[in-house]
Each structure stands twice: as C-alpha cells, then as structure tokens.
Design a binder for this molecule. Structure first.
Ligand code: HEM
Length: 129
C-alpha cells in the first residue's frame, strides 16, 4: 500500500477562491483597525493603496507561501514595510485581526497553526526595533 501524499496547506484551505475570500475580509478588517491606523504612516499608506491591488498581492503571497501554483510578484516584506515603522504592539493587533478572520471562516486546528507559523516567520522583517 502506498501512502497518499499529504495535501498542501493551499489544498486544505480550499485553494485560491477560499484564500482570496479570507484575504478580502482580513484586509477590510486591518485597513479599518484604529489600533493600526493610529500609526500615521500606516494610516497614510492604507488610504493611498487601492484595496483591490493590496488584496491581490496578499492573496498571491498567501497562495504561494501555502504551496499553491501562484508566484508572489510584490516587494519583499522588508522592503514593503520598512518605511512604516511598525511596532510590536501593532504587530500584535494585526495578529489578533488575523485570528478573528480565521475564526469567522472556521479555520481551526493544524491549518490555523500552520498559517500562524508562516505569519510569524515574517515578523523580524516587518517589526522595527
Ligand atoms: C505577515 C504579515 C504581513 C504580510 C504577509 C503582509 C503583506 C503585505 C504585502 C504583500 C504588501 C504589498 C507589497 C507590495 O506593495 O509590493 C504589504 C504592504 C503593506 N502592509 Fe503588510 N503585511 C504584513 C504585515 C503588516 C502589518 C503588521 C501592517 C501594519 C501594522 C502592514 C501594513 C501594510 C501597509 C500599510 C502596506 C502598504 C505599504 C505601501 O505601499 O506604502 N502589513 N503587506
């Protein structure tokens, strides 16, 4: 008997349509979060960047990072966030928003843990100090 290969995280999440739906809700949530927009640089960028393009890039990145066939075409995390001076407290608010979105879509267990690990792996490139 040959063991079936474990489906990728991308497949277990439901592929691009499911991931794009989660990103859509998540970006709406963070762009309106007063804890994040209290940082004037984040607030300014959130009002300058058109949400559809932002959602497109984040969807591309999540699909790529979870093992999907997409390729991320945006800037590196360090390059995209260096000018924003994001603090540890802002990072924590961002993660709380992410968890609230996963709850809303019923993403639990291993999928939730694996997504949190991917998120956490970028922290040092995004948070200053
Ligand atoms: C794992 C965590 C994060 C991921 C995966 C992520 C992903 C991205 C991506 C893909 C872009 C677009 C890059 C490009 O334009 O080429 C971006 C830009 C941006 N991100 Fe994040 N981000 C993260 C954390 C954060 C946090 C914590 C904040 C705010 C507190 C934030 C605020 C922004 C803003 C405001 C922009 C637009 C910057 C600009 O164009 O001036 N991000 N992010």
């Amino acid at each position: 008997m040959t063991a079936e290969p474990k489906p990728t995280l991308y497949e277990r999440l439901g592929g691009v349509y499911a991931i794009a739906s989660v990103v859509d809700e998540f970006i709406d949530r963070i762009m309106a979060d007063p804890r994040l927009n209290a940082n004037p640089r984040v607030d300014a960028a959130h009002h300058r960047v058109p949400p559809p393009g932002f959602k497109y890039l984040v969807t591309e990145m999540v699909c790529w990072a979870t093992g999907g066939p997409q390729r991320y075409t945006g800037r590196s995390m360090r390059e995209a966030h260096a000018h924003l001076a994001i603090t540890a407290a802002e990072w924590d608010a961002f993660v709380a928003d992410f968890l609230a979105t996963l709850d809303k879509f019923g993403v639990h267990g291993s999928e939730r843990d694996e997504l949190l690990a991917i998120l956490g792996s970028t922290r040092d490139d995004i948070v200053v100090g």
